[in-house]
Each structure stands twice: as C-alpha cells, then as structure tokens.
Design a protein around this ligand. Structure first.
Ligand SMILES: C[S@@+](CC[C@H](N)C(=O)[O-])C[C@H]1O[C@@H](n2cnc3c(N)ncnc32)[C@H](O)[C@@H]1O
Length: 531
C-alpha cells in the first residue's frame, strides 16, 4: 500500500472517526432534490447505495433501518472502523448493510456492481492527492445510469484565508506527535498572531474568520480540519471540470437554498443572474466568491442526464412530494385575517405574512411536525380552516404553491418522495418508538458521544437519562412504569440527578425528579424529531 495511504489508515485505526448520520447525504433527500429539478431516480425504498469512506457505517445504518428492502454497502480504508461498524450492524440485526475494507484508489470496484446512490462525505478533500484523483472515476464506475452521487469537499475562496491559519498552525512544530500537543500548539499560535496582527490586515481578517467558527470548535474538529495532514480544497468549477472529465455533471447542492441567488439579496441576484447568462454553474461560482464559501455538498449525475435538469422550479412536480416544516407564529396563535404576523422557529423568525392561507398552511405544517403532509393534504387542511374562519379563499391553491415555493427556496421545508410518518401503532399514553431507534440508543449509550438517529437521517444526542429512557419506549409502559424502570437504573448508579449542585440521594426526591423528566419527554422527543 502507498505510504501516504498507509499513514491515513494508521491514523484512522488509532483514532476512529465519530461515525454519524449526515442528513444532507440521505438518499431520500437526494432523490427528492433530483425530482424537484426534473430528474427521476430509482425508488429509494429498494435502492442500492454505497458510501466511500464510511468509517464505522454511522451514515448508512439509518438508511438500512429505514429501508429494509434496500441494500447498502460501505467501503473504508480502516479495518478498525469497519470492524466497529460490523459489530454494530450485527447487534442491530441488519442484514441489508455490508461493510468492506478497501482503498478506493486501488481496489477492484467491479465486483460491487452499480448503485443508485453513491455517497462520499468528508473524504475528497482530506486524502492524498492520488486518492482524491481516484474518487471521481470511482463514483463514475459505481453510479447506476439513473443514480445520484453526493460528494462533499472544502472549497475556495473560503479556504484561502483558512489556509493562512492552517499554515501558521502547521508550519512549525513538526516534532509534535500527540493530537493534544498539536492542538495546544495550534491554539497557542492563533493567540500569538492574534496579539500581533495589524488591525484591518489580511491576517487579522483570516483570524477573525477562524475565530468566528473554528476558534470555538472542539479539539476533534480542529484535528480533522485545520490540522488534518491532507486538506486539499478546490474551486467549485474545478471540481466540476474534474467530474466532467469522468462523464459526471452537476445536478445540485444537497442544501438547494444555497443555489438560489435570490437568497442573497436583490443586488447580488440581479447582477449575478445577468452576468452568468443561463449558466447555473457560473452563477454559483460567483456566489461562492460573494459568500466566501468554504464547503460544498454537491450532487452529481451522469453527463447524459444534464439535458433533463431544470433549475426553474416546476410546481407540477410537487404533487409527488411529501413536505414537513415547523414555523410557529410569534406572539400568540395565528389570526386568520390580513394582519401581518411573523413565523419561524423560536428566536429565528423568518417569515412575515398577512395572508391567512399562508398562516393556516404554516399552522398545518407545525401541527404535523416532524411528519409529512402532501400538497393535497396541506391544501385540504387549509381550505377547511379558511372556510370555517370565513377568510378569503381566492386562488387558494396558487397561494399554497407560493408558500411551498418560498419554503423550498429558503430551505425551510423538508421534502421526500415518500411519507415520513410515525409508527402506526403509536399511542400517546404508551409511547412506542421504532425498534431500531430504541436499539441504537441502547447500543450506543456507553459511548462518549452517545448518538442515535431519527427518521430524517439526522444525528441526535439524547441526554444521559434519555439514553436509558428511549429503549424503554416500546409501547408497553405508561408514565409510572417508565419512572419505576428508570428508578432501577438510578439505583444501579448509572444515572443521577443533581439539585443545588448536589446529587439527589433521597429516593422520594429521586422519584419526583424522574417523574418530571418523564413528563417532559414528549417535548424532548419532538425536538429530536423522534416523536
Ligand atoms: C474524515 S473521515 C469521514 C468519515 C465519514 N464519511 C464521515 O464523514 O463521518 C474520512 C474517512 O475516509 C476513509 N478513507 C481515507 N482514505 C481512504 C481510501 N483511500 N479509501 C477508502 N477510505 C478512505 C478514512 O478511513 C475515514 O474513515
């Protein structure tokens, strides 16, 4: 094996990556974005998917769980991570997920066959150059004709100034060996340069950008970004040129809201749209300069499919989608009249409307959150509410479509080609979470970063007590039984509560604290989108 690759393998074997779910790479999301832009993809529930550089499979497990008839394969260089993943896959009882050890640059991919979705997250920019060069041809050979690939990577121009800081952190101190030594050296260099950087200069700007995000990041993040041995950003256009060289072409970003110039103000939108003609790619490259973008999550397809892509949203295609959003009104319930009201997440109000149809639509979404509604279900719910309020229902469907368009443009709505709905047997008195979600919470609760996932392919971090509570939510226990079961766990010393800085020892007080915790659970589950 090549020396540099061998070094990467040894690094990941020695310090395995935290392997989690990345919602932007969820095949259901990729299929829905492709649909929105005019492309059909294979059915997600029976798809074959592969992830290059899957670590311990944390991004594949939620997919395999959600789609038992689909098949997933993960490839990673590090046998230690693959073995960790296999143990978890076995303990979860999954028979539709295979994890294989291999170097993407040198392994024979043909026996794996082709895949409807190919994912490569957090790998492309962080490997030796010859491995980077092998990734796009590998994607090309693994991708089925109607498939979609996802690749994430660091981009310029944002990384130009980040490289100043990275260079400063890594130029000196070659003798430092342990991760802890490297991190404290790096933080020390930043402190020193921050003290001496002339006001308003390039260094001061680079440091202030770094401090705005990287400075607050934990050691783990720093080690895998600024301090990573390999970190090879490129421009968006360069990535697409390289992809084009292997017969792949641009479809979209996994967060489509970043593709729309209109989200960056009228001046930016007017000038860039004019300057780029009809080239979506050129316009987005200019946008990267405007926003100083550092990272992209790009979706690629076979070049032959480009002629079917439409960057103008076609409302007719929305009939097949399932949408979910959460936008609460500020300052009391919605008034179904034409007075202006603000909506959004608490502390992040983003939409002001005086349209009662929009208000009723947002209420319908929020009432259903985190589960989906079709456009038709949304329309029916809104129509009934508008009728009972005697509000104006002129062009109701168009107003619903305007709302959907706004939410899609702004990235404030989730959408899929299949419903995301709670377990049918769920009943509010005896909560029942899907078995794999309970199992995952149980299997990972001892980990330092105990994480599980939700139905939206998001990583969620239950509280230490919830790591024991989630596995108990199998639909057989009411509130008192849950409190009793948790009390047993507390007696074993595995969970505890503190009051006024002291650990609660008195049993009656402990029971009370646990009961409060159980009572507040539906709220926490809703926040984690588990319920
Ligand atoms: C930064 S981690 C990202 C892991 C995971 N995709 C994520 O984002 O959580 C990079 C992963 O790529 C794997 N990797 C690096 N070089 C590779 C190669 N040549 N072939 C296959 N996997 C490789 C590493 O072992 C590591 O698990």
């Amino acid at each position: 094996m090549d020396e540099a690759v061998e070094q990467v393998r040894a690094d990941y074997d020695a310090a395995p990556y935290e392997s989690h779910a990345y919602p932007e790479s969820a095949p259901g999301r990729l299929a829905a974005i492709a649909h929105l832009l005019g492309l059909d993809t294979p059915e997600v529930s029976r798809a074959r998917i592969v992830e290059i550089g899957c670590a311990a499979g944390g991004n594949l497990i939620p997919f395999a769980v959600e789609h038992p008839r689909a098949h997933a394969v993960g490839i990673d260089l590090s046998p230690v991570q693959i073995e960790q993943g296999r143990l978890l896959v076995e303990a979860m009882g999954l028979d539709n997920l295979d994890l294989v050890t291999g170097d993407i640059a040198s392994m024979d991919l043909a026996p794996l066959g082709q895949f409807d979705f190919v994912i490569c997250h957090g790998v492309y920019s962080w490997v030796p150059e010859h491995v980077q060069k092998a990734i796009l041809p590998a994607i090309r050979s693994l991708l089925a004709p109607k498939g979609v690939a996802y690749v994430s990577y660091n981009v310029y121009p944002g990384w130009k100034s980040k490289e100043i800081v990275r260079d400063a952190m890594t130029l000196f101190g070659a003798e430092l060996k342990t991760p802890q030594q490297k991190v404290s050296h790096a933080r020390g260099v930043v402190e020193l340069l921050d003290d001496v950087a002339p006001d308003g200069g390039v260094l001061a700007t680079a440091l202030s950008d770094y401090k705005a995000f990287g400075g607050k990041a934990d050691d783990y993040y720093l080690l895998h970004e600024e301090l990573e041995t390999f970190n090879l950003p490129c421009y968006f256009l360069e990535l697409l040129e390289r992809a084009g060289g292997h017969g792949l072409a641009y479809l979209a970003e996994a967060r489509p809201q970043v593709m729309f110039a209109g989200n960056y103000g009228d001046k930016v939108s007017e000038r860039l749209l004019k300057e780029s003609g009809h080239s979506q790619v050129l316009m987005e490259q200019y946008l990267d300069f405007v926003v100083n973008r550092t990272f992209r999550q790009t979706l690629l397809v076979h070049g032959k499919r480009v002629k079917h892509i439409r960057y103008q949203l076609d409302r007719k295609r929305w009939g097949r989608l399932y949408f979910a959003a959460q936008m609460q009104p500020a300052g009391g319930p919605s008034r179904l009249d034409d007075s202006p009201q603000e909506y959004g997440a608490p502390g992040d109000l983003t939409l002001v409307t005086d349209d009662p149809v929009v208000k009723a639509g947002l209420d319908a979404f929020t009432a259903r959150w985190p589960w989906t509604l079709t456009r038709q279900e949304l329309t029916d719910t809104v129509a009934a509410r508008i009728a009972s309020a005697g509000a104006d229902d002129t062009e109701l469907e168009k107003r619903i479509d305007d709302l959907l368009e706004y939410l899609i443009f702004r990235g404030q709505v989730h959408y899929r080609l299949a419903a995301v709905a709670p377990e049918p047997a769920a009943c509010s008195a005896m909560l029942r979470l899907p078995e794999p979600i309970r199992r995952m919470a149980e299997l990972t609760r001892g980990a330092a970063e105990a994480a599980t996932f939700n139905r939206w392919h998001e990583t969620v971090f239950p509280t230490p007590v919830d790591r024991y509570l989630l596995p108990l939510l199998d639909g057989t226990r009411g509130r008192d039984a849950l409190v009793d079961a948790l009390l047993d766990v507390a007696r074993e010393g595995l969970i505890w509560f503190q009051r006024n800085g002291k650990r609660v020892a008195d049993e009656a007080e402990l029971r009370e604290a646990l009961a409060e915790h159980v009572d507040a659970m539906p709220q926490r589950l809703a926040e984690l989108k588990l319920w």
